[in-house]
Design a binder for this molecule. Sequence first.
Ligand SMILES: NC(=O)c1ccc[n+]([C@@H]2O[C@H](COP(=O)([O-])OP(=O)(O)OC[C@H]3O[C@@H](n4cnc5c(N)ncnc54)[C@H](O)[C@@H]3O)[C@@H](O)[C@H]2O)c1
Length: 456
Amino acid sequence: MNISIFGTGYVGLVSGACLAEVGHNVVCMDVDPVKIEKLKTGILSIWEPGLEALVEHNVMEGRLRFTTDAAHAVQHGQVQFIAVGTPSDEDGSADLQYVLAVAESIARHMQDYKVIVNKSTVPVGTADKAQARVAQVLAERGVKILFDIVSNPEFLKEGAAVNDFLKPERIIVGTESERAQTLMRELYEPFNRNHERTIFMDARSAELTKYAANAMLATKISFINEMANLAERLGADIEEVRKGIGADSRIGYHFIYPGCGYGGSCFPKDVKALVHTAQQVGYDAQLLQAVEAINDIQKTTLFTKLAAHFGGEAQLVGKTIAVWGLAFKPNTNDMREAPSCTLMEALWQSGAIVQAYDPVAMEEAGRIYGKHAGLTLCGDKYSALQGADALAICTEWQQFRAPDFAEMATNMRSKVIVDGRNLYQPQKLQAEGWIYFSVGRTAPSSATTHRMVESS
Ligand SMILES: NC(=O)c1ccc[n+]([C@@H]2O[C@H](COP(=O)([O-])OP(=O)(O)OC[C@H]3O[C@@H](n4cnc5c(N)ncnc54)[C@H](O)[C@@H]3O)[C@@H](O)[C@H]2O)c1
């Protein structure tokens, strides 16, 4: 099938490359000429496992092309995907200007029947808005051309996006048009060979399914973080609790890892947008507001622990803090809403300086913070520790899981680790002379107090 995709970010580019991989002819359109020029020469602005090779392969095979020409893209595809950003507006609502601009552009150039498929995460009712916008432009043009709007939210995870797209757990298609359903069935047929993964529903339910999924995942994270904060204060170990509750098949082990909060381009904005949608229909979404509030606090936990360790915020002036992990999660260079940003900005505010390392997000950090006086980007994880007063771990990259602690100790000014991802065994590190803080496990000072109380 001929397919056009508007937007070549995480969703657009991954979708384009994967749809080309299964044999479709794909044209990807973006308004960013620099991005498109780079893509034409095989340079990707995002880092995603397996994506570069997939893009290269399909470009070579002639099934994947890039353009900034909207008219050309509209003419090419019978199916037109919208995969542009829906950032948070000031009031927390999703900003639909890019989605509607694409719908308008398709309407302006289309000459025959099109299925307009929205992959961006959009509030319930957006399909109706897009329908009205396209109809309005066609009326202005004085033409009668049939079209369908389909809601087809994307569930890929950054860091595993290619695999998720090629082997989806489910494909949600929101439309009541039989013509559009037939085309969508054909489009996704290569992904359903093993068993049927497509779930058809109405557009509104499809739109809400995406928000409900992200809200559920964010809720799991905030829930375990709340338990972790309780465990810390009660002298319990959240890692034991996690195993204990995960063993219950009704709960399961997925997505209940305590940490320094969720980030990324989706959970924070999608939870906010759903709270806003609820307000608009007169419903006070208390659980979602709590999920967001807990996460906001959790993102400050590393800073709070560092400040407490050094005897208050004022004592952070002139301290050097090593930061391992800048991306909001492993296997991506995406730093949007990353806990590392919250931490570094708080440290700079207090007069500390940061020596940071991330396996793939260094360029992205340079792009965001430029030549910030308080930030040194280091070539590897050990050089980031040189002369550091403490190490803070923000992302659970594999290469941080089993470091050489002896080498770390020789590089650092003091043996202090504040771990936002619970990578190490507290007893082991304490036995080796480290002061080790993690999430939801008894902090060093109170551990000592407990032991003293027990022995007396
Ligand atoms: N990133 C994820 O993991 C993920 C997962 C599922 C769903 N989503 C949703 O998918 C949507 C896109 O997310 P993303 O992370 O790919 O965004 P992104 O910011 O990485 O990319 C968006 C792209 O759209 C382009 N664009 C903007 N206006 C355009 C226009 N009029 N025509 C063509 N291109 C245009 C931008 O230049 C940019 O390259 C969002 O709604 C997001 O919530 C994202």
